[in-house]
Design a protein around this ligand. Structure first.
Ligand code: CTP
Length: 408
């Protein structure tokens, strides 16, 4: 496997030299590309000696003083033979250029020309890292599928302590392996994902709903599409944009979501129920706005259909993933729901935990699989949680196929 290692201009550039060695230990061939800034910190000769390859420094060969065709198209050739592009350390500048598609040197041009997975390990001053501009660029890249290895907290070269230190070598190497693994293992699968809240009308201007933002379901839809699946996203009302390449069906109430799911699920091999469906709706909807008077009032509620359970009852070969939002006895309740609803995987979270649940960008979940495996994950972004869910889906799928084959 060939990795192109982009080194950009920061004090941590010297750590990239050790990284070359570490990647070689895992049998990667490493082609180093240095930006002009990186060369202020470390010489190309160091990397040439370590990698055993000529280091690429510029779009047009500087030494000859004039552009030649070979160097002008080299970024395309390197792009074609790269299995993964890793940038470590990545400056705020390179994050901004990648996010915006600016291609003014070899590395930025290579980024646009390559279709390989991209892993980026930022390192910079804490304020630069926390700046809204940098954070927006990082989010944009993440949404596009770039794997970000978050910087560590610690003492920084600029003399302050905070987040900004290049992540440890092992974290970077683990991210490289993960990015290579996750490529297109859902190609050929049709995946249905439900997401967001539902709204249950009380009268023409009022409704019952919940705090779901839809972020978790949208992250799953996006990750599944990126891994090659055809994704149908049945979404309650959210302010989110449909991920690229995903077919979105907009619904409002639990009833509408149920109808859309029943219509679409027959053609799907995997169904993931991330929506926070209202469990109850007003038994009668008033056609007119309810008028105020000074007496107490009550609304009578009736249960909505349990969409997951109704699909899972006759699931056949279809793999079913449910979510369990809990406030107590998380493991016990999640395992109970897994069995009661006939699901294959339950994603359980304690919605009262810090950094988890509604409207957060992060989540803390445990995955409970029907084969008895539990996987407790630390706090991580919802996109990362989505990847772990899909890893489990792929694992369960391959074990059930193996079991099916040996039974035939
Ligand atoms: N779900 C569904 N249809 C419903 C209610 C829930 O499809 N009417 C799905 C959710 O999308 C989720 C799972 O069922 O994947 C579990 O939802 P949750 O609200 O945690 O479970 P409930 O069965 O409603 O149990 P409770 O609210 O009592 O904890």
């Amino acid at each position: 496997m060939r990795i192109t290692l982009g080194v950009t201009g920061g004090v941590a550039a010297y750590k990239a030299a050790e990284l070359v060695r570490r990647l070689q230990q895992d049998a990667f061939t490493v082609q180093v590309v240095m930006t002009r800034g990186a060369r202020e910190f470390i010489t190309p000769l160091t990397f040439a000696a370590l990698s055993g390859q000529k280091v690429i420094t510029d779009l047009f060969a500087e030494s000859s003083g004039e552009a030649n065709l070979e160097s002008a198209i080299e970024h395309i050739a390197v792009a074609q033979r790269t299995d993964l592009l890793l940038v470590a350390p990545a400056t705020a500048d390179i994050l901004a250029k990648f996010a915006r598609g600016i291609a003014d040197d070899f590395l930025t041009t290579l980024y646009l020309a390559s279709t390989a997975p991209v892993v980026v390990a930022p390192a910079m001053n804490v304020n630069m890292w926390n700046h809204a501009a940098t954070q927006e660029n990082v989010e944009m890249l993440r949404a596009r599928g770039v794997k970000i290895v978050d910087p560590d907290e610690g003492y920084l070269a600029c003399g302050v302590t905070g987040a900004g230190r290049l992540a440890g070598q092992e974290a970077i190497v683990a991210a490289v392996h993960e990015a290579l693994r996750a490529v297109r293992d859902l190609a050929g699968e049709k995946v249905l994902v439900t997401a967001g809240p539902t709204r249950e009308n009380v009268d023409p201007v009022r409704y019952l709903t919940n705090r779901s933002s839809g972020k978790m379901g949208y992250a799953v839809a996006e990750a599944a599409a990126r891994r090659g699946a055809h994704v149908i996203l049945v979404s309650g009302p959210t302010s989110l944009e449909a991920p690229v390449g995903v077919e979105r069906v907009d619904v409002r109430s639990a009833e509408e979501m149920h109808r859309a799911v029943v219509e679409k699920v027959a053609e799907c091999s995997i169904a993931i129920f991330a929506a926070a469906v209202a469990d109850y709706r007003p038994a009668d909807t008033n056609a007119q706005k309810i008028k105020r008077n000074n007496e107490a009032m009550s609304i009578s509620l009736e249960p909505t259909p349990d969409i997951l359970a109704s699909v899972a009852r006759n699931k056949g070969e279809r793999l079913i993933v449910g979510f369990a939002a809990e406030t107590d006895h998380v493991a016990e309740n999640a395992r109970k729901k897994l069995a009661a609803k006939n699901a294959d995987l339950m994603v359980a979270n304690d919605v009262t935990a810090e950094g988890a649940g509604f409207d957060h960008d992060t989540n803390i979940v445990t995955l409970f699989a029907r084969d008895g495996r539990d996987l407790a994950l630390p706090r991580m972004s919802k996109s990362e949680v989505a990847q772990h869910i899909l890893d489990e889906v792929v694992r369960l799928r391959s074990t059930s196929r193996t079991a099916h084959r040996s039974a035939v």
